[in-house]
Design a protein around this ligand. Structure first.
Ligand code: NDP
Ligand code: KPL
Length: 310
């Protein structure tokens, strides 16, 4: 199977490496020059605990790929998804499946502009990884992957099960999800409650969760997510979600959420418009207010502006 990893940063490199090692025909695609130069010159450095390996996986700029592939994993940041899909149009054939495991809400609306819905597969992953620098991926946490076909149908479900099998063969723990929309919303609640606040307060998960204000802030944010999710057809229980957010955050307390890493540590734009911003936008379309998520989105955009102008 010919697989393209569209967006080969931290998670894309990890998935690309594991699928390549399992014997698949994998290419990485990215636009970051130093990363591409480094992988082309020295191979991809893969670090898993004390184990370090160098792998020669082919990596290309989007304009260099033209041959249709069987499967594309998109691993851009949310705000880079549209541009990446535009750039890789030539490799998206009539039967090319595309799978998104991105954090956030609404990626299917972008995917639908570029491929038939029958070829869209959605999921979430608890696997984590980071970049030590260009060309150097570090495996962090291992967990699970949930996948489901975006449209119901026997053919689509069979395809999703094949994807699950392929990922398990490559050493991941993947499952077929009966309700991936629920999992996507639930993970977005965790990211929505924790990521922006930790970026704004410049703290890790444990530091925020241990404040007297944390539970109240988390509840206000989660309540708005739950209300919008319900209108969009996904039922989440507010108390369960608050407990899930608190528990997940305590489990990896020393972690600085990805939005903190992007904005505070690396001075890059954030995925806020696909988390708190998505909830704010959708509620407006549904004619009600979500003031907490609206304010958080505005604060993150203001912080982005301050940091980018520095
Ligand atoms: N990392 C993780 O552990 C997890 C991530 N996710 C989700 O997966 C998706 C991908 O995340 P992740 O792999 O972390 O994203 P990264 O930021 O590592 O990579 C995404 C893209 O950003 C660009 N990039 C990354 N670092 C640099 C840099 N230093 N300088 C210039 N460009 C850079 C590259 O794209 P280009 O140059 O083409 O613009 C790269 O393809 C996101 O939606 C994220 O929320 C979900 C679960 C866990
Ligand atoms: C670890 C966690 C759940 C924190 O919100 C995360 O997904 C992130 O850092 O983006």
């Amino acid at each position: 199977m010919k697989i393209a990893i569209a967006g080969s940063g931290a998670l894309g490199s990890r998935f690309g490496y594991m699928l390549y090692e399992a014997g698949n025909d994998v290419i990485l695609i990215d636009k970051w020059k130093e990363h591409i130069d480094s992988i082309r010159e020295n191979g991809l450095i893969v670090q898993d605990g004390n184990n370090r390996k160098i792998v020669n996986i082919p990596i290309f700029y989007p304009h260099e790929v033209a041959e249709e592939v069987d499967l594309v994993f998109v691993f851009t940041k949310s705000m880079g998804l549209q541009d990446m899909l535009e750039d890789i149009k030539p490799i998206l054939g009539e039967n090319t499946s595309v799978i998104s495991l991105l954090n956030g809400i609404g990626h299917e609306d972008i995917l639908k502009e570029y491929l038939p819905v029958k070829n869209i597969f959605m999921g979430v992953t608890i696997y984590t990884s980071g970049l030590k620098g260009s060309g150097h991926v570090i495996f962090e946490g291992s967990g699970t992957i949930e996948i489901q076909n975006f449209t119901p149908g026997d053919r689509e479900e069979k395809k999703a099960l094949q994807l699950v099998g392929m990922l398990n063969q490559a050493g991941f723990k993947a499952y077929y999800s009966e309700d991936v929309k629920y999992s996507i919303w639930r993970k977005a609640c965790v990211n929505g409650a924790m990521n922006a606040i930790c970026a704004l307060l410049d703290c890790n998960l444990a530091e925020f969760v241990s404040t007297n204000q944390a539970e109240m802030i988390i509840r206000h944010i989660a309540k708005e997510f739950v209300k919008v999710a319900k209108e969009k057809g996904t039922i989440l229980d507010e108390d369960d979600i608050v407990e899930y957010i608190l528990q997940s955050s305590r489990k990896v307390g020393s972690h600085y959420p990805s939005m903190h890493q992007d904005l505070i540590q690396n001075h890059r734009l954030t995925e806020v418009d696909f988390l708190n911003g998505a909830v704010a936008r959708m509620s407006k379309e549904l004619s009600f207010e979500t003031p907490y998520n609206t304010l958080i989105t505005q604060l993150i955009h203001a912080k982005e502006q301050i940091i980018m102008d520095e």
